[in-house]
Design a binder for this molecule. Structure first.
Ligand code: C2O
Ligand code: CU
Ligand code: CU
Length: 458
């Protein structure tokens, strides 16, 4: 799929959004949160949530340093809000209900507008009724282009996610209490861009930028690429500054919910040959999640013709003068039910950060887990005291892992750190974006049962 086929504002995107006749000259295109139907498997599944009646949420394209206007209109009876995962934008555009804005009610519009400072692969999802709306489809990719084109022939977005369907292809409940108390509840229909094992055509011998995003509510994917010369060029949006070894079937790449990886792929020279993105799912043989098929006469490109991705303007922490803050992710004896106001609850709380279960998005007088001073460097020590893995996500700031109690961590800039069982990881950052930044596990069942808080930068 070529870049322009997904360009918001192109003819294709306009019809995909169900906005035929929409006057583009009248201003930015609205993103309309609405019910959708789609054949994820054999039969049409009803009760999906998207930005059009019959298609997945489109990829949104922006450019580094250029303003994006994204009015979000809610046509669902339930409330919503939209979060732009990984973008270091002003706090009031961050889409976290009660913390940065009020939830968006039926018939209401919230005018999001921001200028992404960083190029790379990001994504968007609701932060109110998160479990229900994400599980039913509302997750999309954001591509923020570099100011200067690195020289790919084409690109391919891969939105990895599972759905939980019954035999008639109707939705099963998005979670079970048993799942929520453990690793989360897993889907049983594995999709890429809402399709099962799609195959996309790309020019033989061409250079493809493959943007892989895990937008699942639960699953930590184990991925590798098969059938091509390729390398990892970005991780969680940011260009890698060191050589990252390519994963293999034996040694796959762990990509947790919220995480992204960009590959530069050289398509095979011969027409019809396929490059496969492989996943190892528990109890199953390796499976191809998506394929890239070589078409046409080879253009015989060479990986060395790519310009390196310019680094994003993320400040480097001064480790010698960094203050250390501790965060413990564990259980809580108190439990209780979080007060999430209009934003949905799973009905119980049994996880905590620093022994405090999140009292709820709408709870009054909830303080930050830590207050950081604008411009200063910090080390956050993240301790996993639970037997589950947790992709810990911080809004509004980028950070770099500096050490782990269990493994050697490459210093890859990120916004989501996958904590292993019993692992302690130190991350470092410069607190250079003011506001209240949500800090939570991205396994949505963990997020919504207590493993949430926020960090204040003043
Ligand atoms: Cu991707 Cu708080 O979210
Ligand atoms: Cu986020
Ligand atoms: Cu978790």
């Amino acid at each position: 799929m070529k870049r322009r086929e997904f360009l918001l504002g192109s003819g294709a995107a306009v019809s995909a959004l169900g906005l035929g006749g929409f006057a583009l000259a009248s201003g930015p295109q609205e993103l309309v949160v609405q019910p959708a139907r789609f054949a994820l498997r054999e039969q049409v599944t009803n009760g999906m949530v998207s930005l059009s009646a019959d298609a997945p949420p489109p990829a949104l394209y922006g450019k580094q340093g250029e303003v994006m206007r994204l009015p979000v209109r809610n046509t669902l009876p339930a409330y919503t809000s939209m979060h732009w995962h990984g973008l270091r934008i002003p706090n009031d555009m961050d889409g976290v209900p009660y913390l940065t804005q009020m939830p968006i009610g039926e018939g209401e519009t919230f005018d999001y507008a921001f200028t992404p400072p960083d190029a790379g692969t990001y994504w968007y999802h609701p932060h109110c009724m998160t479990m229900e709306q994400m599980a039913h489809g509302l997750t999309g990719i954001m591509v923020i282009a570099e100011a200067e084109d690195p020289g790919f022939d084409s690109e391919q977005i891969i939105n990895l996610r599972d759905f939980r369907l019954d035999d008639a292809d109707a939705f099963l409940p998005a979670y079970t209490p048993r799942g929520a108390a453990r690793a989360g509840t897993f889907g049983n229909v594995h999709t890429v861009n809402w399709l099962q094992a799609p195959v996309y055509d790309h020019t033989a011998g061409g250079l493809v930028r493959l943007r892989v995003v895990n937008t699942d509510t639960t699953r930590i994917y184990k991925l590798n690429l098969d059938g091509a010369e390729a390398r990892i060029i970005a991780w969680d949006g940011h260009p890698v500054e060191i050589e990252v070894p390519m994963p293999s079937a034996q040694d796959p790449l762990l990509v947790g919910p919220g995480q992204r990886v960009d590959f530069a792929v050289k398509m095979p020279e011969r027409e019809g040959q396929t490059v496969n993105l492989m996943a190892k799912l528990p109890g199953q043989p390796l499976r191809a999640m998506a394929g890239l098929r070589s078409v046409g006469a080879s253009v015989s490109r060479d990986m060395r013709e790519l310009r390196p991705l310019p680094f994003n303007p993320v400040a480097r922490p001064d480790l010698a003068n960094a203050e250390v803050h501790e965060f413990v992710f564990g259980w809580t004896p108190e439990g209780g039910v979080p007060n999430n106001g209009f934003c949905g609850s799973l009905g119980y709380n049994f996880r905590s950060i620093n022994r405090l279960p999140w009292p709820g998005d709408a709870a009054q007088d909830v303080g930050p887990l830590a207050t950081l001073e604008m411009g200063r460097s910090y080390v956050l020590r993240l301790r996993n005291e639970s037997p589950n893995l947790h992709p810990i996500h911080l809004h509004g700031l980028a950070f770099v892992p500096i050490k782990s109690s269990l493994r050697t961590l490459p210093p890859l800039m990120t916004d989501t750190m996958l904590l292993l069982k019993d692992e302690v990881v130190e991350i470092a950052l410069v607190a250079d974006n003011p506001g209240d930044w949500a800090f939570h596990c991205h396994v949505i069942e963990h997020q919504k049962t207590g493993l949430t808080g926020f960090i204040r930068v003043v």
